[in-house]
Write a protein that binds this ligand. Structure first.
Ligand SMILES: *Cc1c(COP(=O)(O)O)cnc(C)c1O
Length: 233
């Protein structure tokens, strides 16, 4: 590796407005590399598997000021663990799961911060609300008083060109604005989690407040890193 993680982080930070939070996506990334990112100033880490995150959180217990973001598909049977391990959930994708999290969060002192995952264009490979279904579910989402709903998250389908991707992000921003204007008592729309390594510039151009970066910080993920937790130390 020619570039260090620190220099990659520095050069990406330099391109981004201060208001944009970088979430370092560390699925299949070793704990050593995560410590390097931490040393370079990263405090927000994103994981897409509850179990992998649990392992890393144990290894990184001494770093007490990390904010953990869950970005993967959340299964109902992992919901309780996810709430215990993560301060943010970017990938809440159904009313049913929202209501389950709401119930589970009732006894938590720190209520979970939530982004609602939305599909602006149809995509059979992605979970999330379609725009009409999200608008229809807002009254019930507003009842989930133990969730701090902060905004929207979206992942454009594969195979779009840059202007199509930009348009997906802009539509997401406009949807957030529309929801904000409805003045729900328990739904905020200040946060837009939009953009990964290949499209974060477009996300930022469209108003992202959080970008989720894996490969651009840590290099390509290799299958060998994913084999077991031992390889992640
Ligand atoms: C893996 C992943 C990322 C990071 O992807 P890169 O292309 O490595 O930046 C971001 N968001 C989600 C939901 C992911 O699963």
């Amino acid at each position: 590796m020619i570039d260090s993680i620190a220099s990659r982080i520095a050069s990406i930070r330099q391109q981004l407005p201060d208001v944009v939070k970088v979430i370092a996506v560390t699925k299949q990334v070793s704990v050593v590399a995560m410590r390097e990112a931490y040393a370079a100033g990263v405090r927000d880490f994103g994981e897409s598997r509850v179990q992998e995150a649990e392992f890393k959180q144990t290894q990184l217990q001494d770093l007490t000021d990390i904010t953990w973001h869950f970005i993967g598909r959340l299964q109902s049977n992992k919901a309780k663990k996810a709430l215990e391990q993560f301060q943010w959930i970017h990938s809440l994708d159904s009313l049913k799961l929202a209501q389950r999290l709401d119930q589970l969060a009732e006894t938590l002192e720190d209520k979970p911060q939530i982004c609602l995952q939305v599909k602006i264009v149809p995509d059979p490979n992605k979970s999330g609300w379609t725009v009409p279904s999200l608008l229809a579910d807002l009254p019930e989402l507003n009842q989930c008083s133990n969730l701090k709903i902060q905004g929207l998250m979206t992942i454009p389908p594969l195979g779009l060109n840059d202007s199509e991707i930009l348009s997906v992000f802009e539509c997401t921003r406009e949807l957030a604005k529309e929801i904000q204007q409805q003045n729900w008592s328990n739904i905020q729309m200040q946060q837009l989690s939009m953009g990964m390594s290949d499209d974060y510039q477009l996300g930022v151009q469209a108003g992202a407040t959080m970008v989720r970066l894996g490969r651009s910080l840590f290099g390509e993920r290799t299958a060998v890193n994913a084999v077991n937790n031992d390889s992640l130390v």
